[in-house]
Design a protein. Structure first.
Length: 185
């Protein structure tokens, strides 16, 4: 059973997975590979001079896998249901239980609607500063929570925020993910 199930494999979902998997939480990413990143070319992403969106996605997926996440490209989530023991996540390939779910579905807010989270007046998912929705342990990121502010680096930051909140809950205190050169394998 994964600790964290991430629905969507764009910058937000992969960023969340990078942090949670790197820090010991069993993490699965369900990635339909329909991200807008395949239409993008990044010149405005910190640390990257110039890279195609598809190349960025391949590199980021590899980085996330290297940190231990299970990235399932092509496995779409059909349903997410909150319950007393976390969440039931259903795909065409099976059912999974997870303690936390991160919705990183871009501008597609239909899954958030189906789960029953609260929405803001502008039609975006209502979240707190850590991107947690009105349902405990269910997070929404990127374009799901931002009206017309769709940018890869913002989405990645939202994913990181969700992950750090999950890690803080798991550790029982505020968690910082900060590596130093001695930590590099």
């Amino acid at each position: 059973m994964p600790d964290v199930a991430i629905v969507g494999g764009g910058p937000a979902g992969l960023s969340a997975a990078l942090f949670t998997a790197k820090n010991g939480l069993e993490t699965v990413v369900f990635d339909t590979d329909e991200t807008w990143m395949h239409k993008a070319h990044l010149f405005n992403y910190p640390g990257i001079r110039s890279i195609s969106g598809s190349e960025f996605m391949a590199l980021t997926r590899g980085q996330v896998r290297d940190r231990g996440a299970d990235v399932r490209v092509g496995e779409a989530v059909i349903d997410v249901e909150p319950g007393d023991d976390g969440f039931r996540v259903e795909t065409a390939d099976g059912e999974y239980q997870a303690d936390y779910v991160v919705l990183a579905t871009g501008a597609d807010r239909s899954m958030a609607e189906d789960v029953g989270v609260e929405f803001d007046d502008d039609g975006t998912v209502d979240v707190d500063l850590d991107t947690e929705t009105s349902i405990d342990d269910l997070y929404a990121t990127g374009a799901t929570v931002r009206d017309e502010e769709w940018q890869a680096v913002i989405a990645a930051g939202d994913g990181a925020s969700a992950a750090l909140d999950i890690l803080s809950k798991e550790n029982g205190e505020h968690f910082h993910d900060f590596d130093v050169p001695d930590d590099v394998p």
